[in-house]
Write a protein that binds this ligand. Structure first.
Ligand SMILES: Nc1ncnc2c1ncn2[C@@H]1O[C@H](COP(=O)(O)OP(=O)(O)OP(=O)(O)O)[C@@H](O)[C@H]1O
Ligand SMILES: [Mg+2]
Length: 404
């Protein structure tokens, strides 16, 4: 399949230079100069330099970087709230840089929804009116817009607050209104510029959890700006890290944290524990020996001995985990003349799924003396994780990151 068909957003060679005669910067040798040099020579501020990336439909894409790195400039350029100096921005295959005012308004009202850090609510409008506002400017009939606003309000968990003014709501609730307002028009793309940065850490975490849940339901394409690595790692399918107006690394949370491209990214990820991003799937192993429930204890004993293992998982025909045996159990099965392994097994084996974070494996590991079994959603065995593997996954990453 042609991959570009699933691209919801394609940004290609986008530049933003603030200041007069800005075209001179990117069309001369200055295009490679540092931000400081450009400012010194021309008085122009380099906002974005040669930015390219693509985002698939339904993807959660995070832009991360320090203050001043160009995140807001970039997200605003996408719908031309800031006019790019050069480059192409395709949304659903259409070059929005070529749009006239009419198409541009349509893009902002119907195709994208924006959530800002400072909520941006109208203080004299009720929650319901604020959420319905986007539909109003779009010209939707009153009944329709209130119906849809009501739905969006319920989606973000604010039922009962429809007739209050924003001032009566806490920060977290106000941001829910902001989110509901963006969702009410059912946009294809949600643009979120540090939406949770103004909130208390606890509320912020809660909002992140809710956004993850919400995204599961609505499956929007989301462009999300943050300067918080943990937030990026928690929310993003992919993360782009910006510095001085450029994207210097782009990848999945795992790629970013395990292979930072340079010391800037490394500084970012330094305090992020790999345990918060690595999943069971990335560290599980294929055991040397797997036994099956229809096998007899004698065969099992021989196999166990030959593989020099102390215990082995026992699987069913469908590769479901039935339990675990060790020498002792096999011995007693043999003495009892048991026909096959299904008869007496250790079944209190710790289990997890391939998506389980390494962080969540710690309590499992300490509660069991056997390896943790990794199962798929149907209970089929995928691999195992030993305590040693968990520890290695931690120490292999950590000192390397902390080195420089
Ligand atoms: N209107 C403007 N005129 C001149 N320079 C600007 C303008 N807007 C932004 N800039 C500059 O562009 C650069 C990027 O700013 P931007 O606001 O995009 O950063 P940011 O990554 O969003 O930072 P923050 O985390 O603080 O929000 C900065 O150097 C800023 O000074
Ligand atoms: Mg910003």
């Amino acid at each position: 399949m042609d991959k570009s068909q699933d691209a919801c957003l394609e940004v290609s060679k986008v530049w933003k230079v603030f200041g007069s005669n800005s075209g001179r910067v990117f069309s001369s040798d200055l295009r490679h100069a540092s931000k400081e040099k450009i400012l010194e020579t021309t008085g122009c501020v380099l906002g974005l330099r040669d930015i390219s990336f693509r985002v698939s439909r339904g993807e959660f894409f995070v832009l991360m970087g320090l203050s001043g790195s160009g995140k807001s400039t970039l997200i605003r350029c996408l719908i031309r709230l800031i006019e790019p100096t050069a480059g192409e921005i395709l949304i659903e295959g259409e070059n929005v840089c070529k749009y006239d005012n009419h198409s541009l308004l349509d893009l902002r009202r119907n195709v994208t929804g924006m959530v800002f850090q400072h909520f941006g609510l109208l203080p004299h409008y009720t929650v319901l009116e604020n959420v319905a506002y986007g539909l109003k400017v779009r010209g939707a009939p009153k009944e329709d817009r209130y119906g849809r606003a009501q739905e969006a309000i319920e989606t973000v968990g604010l039922k009962g607050w429809e007739n209050y003014l924003p001032a009566a709501l806490s920060g977290g609730m106000q941001q829910r209104v902001g989110l509901a307002r963006a969702l009410a028009t059912n946009p294809k793309i949600l643009l979120m510029d540090e939406p949770f940065s103004g909130l208390d850490p606890l509320i912020r975490r809660e909002m992140q959890d809710e956004l993850v849940e919400l995204q599961d339901k609505v499956q929007k394409t989301i462009i999300f700006v943050t300067h918080d690595l943990h937030e990026a790692l928690k929310l993003g399918d992919r993360i782009a890290i910006m510095r001085d107006g450029e994207i210097i690394q782009e990848g999945t949370p795992e790629e970013v944290i395990t292979a930072p491209v340079d010391s800037y990214v490394q500084d970012f990820v330094q305090d992020a524990s790999p345990a918060k991003v690595l999943t069971a799937a990335s560290i599980m192993e294929e055991p040397d020996l797997l036994l099956y429930e229809w096998q007899g204890p004698k065969v099992a004993k021989t196999l166990l001995k030959r593989s020099r293992q102390e215990h082995a998982f026992v699987l069913s025909k469908e590769r479901r985990l039935v339990g675990l045996v060790n020498d002792e159990i096999l011995e007693s099965l043999e003495q009892r003349g048991a026909g096959h392994l299904g008869e007496a097994l250790i079944t209190d084996v710790a289990r997890c799924t391939s998506e389980t974070l390494v962080e969540e494996l710690f309590p499992l590991a300490t509660s069991s003396k056997y390896p943790i079994a990794v199962l798929d959603l149907k209970g089929r065995f995928l691999g195992d994780i030993r305590n040693r593997t968990i520890i290695n996954s931690m120490i292999q990453e950590a000192p390397e990151l902390a080195d420089e």
